[in-house]
Design a protein around this ligand. Structure first.
Ligand SMILES: Nc1ncnc2c1ncn2[C@@H]1O[C@H](COP(=O)(O)OP(=O)(O)OP(=O)(O)O)[C@@H](O)[C@H]1O
Ligand SMILES: [Mg+2]
Length: 329
């Protein structure tokens, strides 16, 4: 299956009063085929959540979509159309938040909540059938004996169990797309690894496409088919995950990879990127990463590079001095 489940085109998100607004997401385009996982990575504040919330139609004023559009399974959707988006959310498109309690109702039993996710979008489903699907959904996310969990209240479950249930709810209607914002960062590595494994298998089996937002490049390596790297509201590099992880072209991507502790490289290479990303609204001419980039030359500070094809064309990079060898030391 290689049909495009989600496409975001030229999305720009702004905040603040008209005329004095700041741009938080600037001309972002993404596409995810059915059954595939795109990792959206970048430092805090780069615009990852705003991109996802905009696509889901969940931005709250004063943040708004200034331009751009989206399509879901080939059909155009208007994320600013509240009515349309209410019908789409939970059925065709779902979101998993970092904190499972953003989704779960603390005073409702788990079975009621999972069943409600089914019946709210298809009231014709009987109670017994909804419960059967709820049980099945829990099993698919690695809860082998779901009966006990279904009868529990959220607070009676572990964090990992709660997050599995949220993932089950997100996937129960077999949506075309799921946007997931760091849902496993609060979990221990074993639980995280198991959940990532289940998620990957589920996407492949059901054809659901996923956008996985994360800072964690170890997660990206085990989960993603493609990667989009964001910096200061812009995509700076995009392409197949294996390729990017093995041979980053943008100095920022290299910097992100160098700041991940890897067992095989020990800590010698471990270093952080100097400086801080620019604050939204204080973006100047030139490449946004230039002030922090070791490779920057004068031309980098005068005009912002376009996101242009690189290598065999499957990759895009926004840099006039890309690392043609991936920056391998
Ligand atoms: N209500 C708001 N008004 C104005 N600016 C905002 C508002 N909410 C967030 N921002 C700004 O939007 C930018 C993008 O934020 P976003 O939450 O998308 O970043 P992120 O990449 O998801 O970061 P993190 O990894 O920390 O979750 C940041 O510069 C943030 O300060
Ligand atoms: Mg975020």
């Amino acid at each position: 299956m290689s049909d495009v489940a989600l496409a975001i085109r030229d999305l720009t998100v702004e905040a603040g009063p008209k005329g004095r607004s700041v741009t938080l997401v600037d001309g972002v385009s993404l596409s995810v085929p059915s059954g595939k996982i795109l990792a959206l990575v970048g430092e805090s504040g780069s615009g990852k959540s705003m991109t996802a919330l905009a696509a889901m139609g969940l931005l709250e004023p004063p943040v708004r979509i200034a331009s751009g559009g989206a399509s879901l399974a080939g059909k155009a959707v208007d994320p600013t159309d509240r009515r349309q988006m209410r019908g789409i959310r939970g059925r065709d498109m779902a979101m998993i938040f970092q904190d499972p309690m953003m989704t779960l109702n603390p005073v409702m039993r788990v079975d009621e909540q999972v069943c409600e996710a089914v019946t709210v979008h298809d009231p014709s489903v009987s109670k017994a059938e909804a419960l059967r699907r709820a049980r099945e959904a829990l099993v698919t996310v690695g809860i082998p004996a779901p009966e006990e969990r279904l009868n529990a209240y959220p607070h009676q479950l572990s964090g990992g169990m709660r997050q599995r249930i949220v993932i089950a709810i997100a996937l129960i209607n077999r949506p075309a797309v799921v946007l997931a914002a760091e849902p496993t960062t609060a979990l221990d590595v074993t639980t995280q690894g198991q959940i990532l494994h289940e998620v990957k298998r589920l996407c492949r089996d059901t054809g659901t496409a996923m956008v996985w937002i994360t800072h964690d490049l170890a997660v990206v390596a085990s989960l993603a088919d493609t990667i989009a790297v964001m910096y200061a509201g812009r995509i700076v590099e995009q392409g197949p995950a294996d390729d990017i992880l093995a041979r980053p072209l943008h100095p920022y991507t290299r910097g992100l990879l160098d700041s991940v502790p890897m067992i095989d490289t020990r800590s010698e290479r471990l270093r952080s990127i100097p400086g801080m990303p620019p604050v939204a609204g204080s973006i100047t001419a030139g490449c946004r990463f230039a002030p922090r980039c070791e490779r920057a030359v004068e031309a980098c500070r005068t005009a912002e590079p376009a996101l242009a094809p690189a290598g065999n064309g499957a990759r895009l990079v926004r840099c006039i001095r890309p690392l043609d060898d991936g920056g391998a030391a």
